[in-house]
Design a protein around this ligand. Structure first.
Ligand code: IPM
Ligand code: MG
Length: 360
């Protein structure tokens, strides 16, 4: 089959990790006789350097014209990079928020699982680490505080800043449906996370989620308050299958869920809209401190490419093949520095990509 893939290499380690994922995609297309055509799209600091803005309209159109977009990471060092002297709407991150909104990417899937081989890197208590965990955070991505009205004003010499958290029932319903659909293919449990003891938006979230649950009688729904969820994630992560939550809570909890796996360099993500289109990116950031050294872990990006094969191209066998190749490489003890431990072979970014390709 033929697919057009937009590549947002981005900043920091972005170009290096995207290279490796592209290598893996090319191995897949070679093996299965597909044809993947790539188009580079500028976003983030690299776009600011060329165009003065983090995302141009042309870049959005190029993304829209692709079957899917694979992204590395964007942004730089927030205290030293000149990009952060710009007003907020011109900074690298604004490009990411803009593309999410422009393409209607409301569903952000962030799987987080503990690989048996990496359990020694897990910072949790031994009992929790030994049980392992395999969860998926379904984060709402185009609403809530991120996109509500915001302003800063000054009255009588006192500055006030306002951000608005608003959700309508349609926004809640569509993301809840995605969570239940995904849970149906997993362990059939949805934990919806909110702050319904305080927030109106959370009370509506809970009510709509319960309405949606009626259409999925074989899936268990439970509600959990966000503060408790933050605690349960470190106490007993094995209890979670699909976590459904709003934008800001999802941002925070997904970093926590990433950290307990031992390395954020292992976690892929997908941002989807109502069509088959998706933007796929590692959960980690641009890590400017290690950029250009060929030491970053490309696995999260490789697994993001696998999610692209699965969710946008419906190439399940090929996606399984990539996931199994990563698993095989880990079983052989091949590791980049972030996940290295005594007795393992330490490899570079590109050697890790080669090792995965070899398994394919
Ligand atoms: C993420 C990031 C972004 C977010 C930033 C870079 C705007 O933290 O994808 O989780 O907050 O959504
Ligand atoms: Mg985040």
């Amino acid at each position: 089959m033929k697919f057009k893939i937009g590549l947002i290499r981005g900043d920091g380690i972005g170009p290096e990790i995207v290279n490796e994922a592209k290598k893996v995609l090319d191995s897949v297309s070679g093996k299965y006789g597909h044809s993947f055509e790539y188009e580079d799209i500028l976003m983030g600091g690299c776009s600011i350097d060329v165009y003065g803005v983090p995302l141009t309209d042309e870049a959005i159109e190029a993304a829209r014209a692709s079957d899917a977009v694979l992204m590395g990471s964007i942004g730089g060092n927030t205290s030293t990079s000149p990009w952060y002297k710009l007003p907020p709407e011109k900074r690298p991150e604004a490009g990411l928020l803009k593309i999410r909104k422009a393409l209607g990417l409301f569903a952000n899937l962030r799987p987080s699982k503990l690989y048996k081989e990496l359990s020694s890197a897990c910072p949790l208590r031994k009992e929790a680490a030994e049980k392992g965990f395999d969860m998926l955070i379904m984060r709402e991505l185009t609403g809530g505080l991120y996109f509500g009205e915001r302003y800063t004003k000054e009255t009588d010499g006192v500055r006030t800043a306002v951000d608005t958290l608003s959700y309508n029932e349609d926004e809640i319903r569509r993301i809840a449906i995605k969570a239940f659909e995904v849970a149906g293919k997993r362990r059939k449990k949805v934990t919806s996370i909110d702050k319904a003891n305080v927030l109106d938006s959370s009370r509506l979230w809970r009510a709509v989620t319960e309405e949606v649950a009626k259409d999925y009688p074989d899936i268990a729904l439970e509600h959990m308050l966000v503060d408790n969820a933050a605690m349960q994630l470190v106490k007993e992560p094995a209890q979670f299958d699909v976590i459904l939550t709003e934008n800001m809570f999802g941002d925070i909890l997904s970093d926590e869920a990433a950290e307990i796996t031992g390395s954020i360099g292992m976690l892929p993500s997908a941002s989807l809209n109502e069509t088959r289109f998706g933007l796929y990116e590692p959960s980690g950031g641009s890590a400017p401190d290690i950029a250009g050294q060929n030491i970053a872990n490309p696995i999260a990006t490789i697994l993001s490419a696998s999610m692209m094969l699965r969710y946008s191209f419906d190439l399940t066998e090929e996606a399984d093949r990539v996931d199994n190749a990563v698993q095989a490489v880990l079983s052989k003890g091949i590791r980049t520095g972030d996940i290295w431990s005594e007795g393992c072979e330490r490899v570079s970014t590109s050697e890790m990509g080669d090792a995965v390709c070899e398994e394919i």
